[in-house]
Write a protein that binds this ligand. Structure first.
Ligand SMILES: NC(=O)c1ccc[n+]([C@@H]2O[C@H](COP(=O)([O-])OP(=O)(O)OC[C@H]3O[C@@H](n4cnc5c(N)ncnc54)[C@H](OP(=O)(O)O)[C@@H]3O)[C@@H](O)[C@H]2O)c1
Length: 294
């Protein structure tokens, strides 16, 4: 796939689209956001929180029926949303996603790179193709929407948030490609902060911990088959609405890094300062709680 350098916003595609008025009330009134992977899960609840704060949101996903159901659900609650069915590992699709924001709402202020595929598979068992799918969704799935959106975000001095995981703070057995992809986003955000210093664009990363999941959430096993996510005790999990509220606060305060949950901070502190202790804990849980990872 050839990625062309874009210095100007991409020209509008064929059919004219009716311009929609932006909401006028709320702290984010007048602002337009794209949330990738917002047809379901945390992305959907983040879109809901953005709309409640007055933003207009472009919803995105790959399943037309699910995307449409989410659009209806949010519009019924008074939200201003548009949809873009797009695979965000395809650059041309990301250009179309960004064009939806520009054509329908006239501007772009906030990009949340949330879409991701996760895994339940040990590296030794994974086919290279499955590793690449997971890695691509987490790396190019953030890079391509950003590349397409950046000219508009420079104009609006907007905000970019990469949704990461607390597993990117260290690494997690059975999550090699996922952890590698999420960890790459931290360095990407840091580099862009340096390269684009003075432009007014915000680059942040949110490290999410255990969160409740939609019942139909699936991750990939070693052969690339969709399987349910590993069981987590409900009391360990934040609700999607709680996580969405934290993401919103992160954006409004233009924070560089947000780590969600006490466990997230524990991982950050232990692995940052006492890495051998951190590894001992993980290795012990691998022996005693193998189903935690599988
Ligand atoms: N839930 C947790 O406990 C947890 C913990 C740490 C971090 N996170 C992070 O939080 C974010 C949201 O997670 P979630 O739990 O809400 O997961 P989810 O329910 O699986 O939602 C992910 C969304 O991304 C979409 N997506 C995946 N690949 C895509 C692609 N190539 N193009 C367009 N859309 C794509 C999915 O759509 P399809 O149905 O089409 O695949 C889905 O709508 C992810 O970045 C995840 O890594 C979650």
């Amino acid at each position: 796939m050839v990625l062309t350098q874009i210095s100007e916003p991409v020209a509008a595609a064929a059919a004219p689209v009716a311009r929609r008025a932006l909401p006028t009330a709320g702290p984010l009134a007048g602002q337009v956001a794209i949330v990738t992977g917002s047809e379901s899960g945390i992305g959907r609840e983040t879109a809901r929180a953005l709309c409640a704060a007055g933003a207009a949101v472009v919803l995105n996903g790959r399943r037309a029926d699910c995307l449409e159901a989410t659009r209806r659900q949010l519009e019924a609650a008074g939200a201003t949303v548009a949809t873009s069915l797009a695979d965000i590992t395809d650059y041309a699709a990301c250009e179309a996603l960004v064009q939806t924001a520009i054509q329908v709402f006239g501007r772009l202020d906030i990009l949340i790179a949330n879409a991701s595929i996760s895994q339940r598979a040990y590296f030794l068992d994974m086919s290279p193709e499955v590793f690449k799918r997971v890695l691509d969704s987490n790396v190019y799935g953030a890079v391509f929407p950003l590349k397409a959106a950046l000219p508009h975000l420079l104009k609006s001095q907007g905000s970019v948030t990469f949704i990461s995981s607390i597993s990117a703070l260290n690494g997690m057995p059975s999550g090699s490609a996922y952890c590698a992809g999420k960890a790459a986003l931290t360095n990407l955000a840091h580099t862009l902060r340096l390269e684009l210093d003075g432009t007014g664009v915000h680059f942040g990363v949110v490290h999410i911990g255990f969160t409740e999941n939609d019942d139909d959430k699936r991750v990939l096993d070693a052969a690339g088959q969709p399987v349910p996510i590993a069981y987590r005790k409900p009391r360990w999990q934040k609700t999607q609405a709680e996580v969405a509220a934290i993401i919103l606060r992160h954006i409004r305060k233009r924070k560089q890094r947000t780590v969600i949950s006490a466990l997230g901070w524990l991982i950050a502190i232990v692995h940052g300062n006492f890495p051998r202790l951190g590894d001992w804990v993980v290795l012990t849980t691998m022996r005693r709680m193998r189903n935690f990872y599988e």
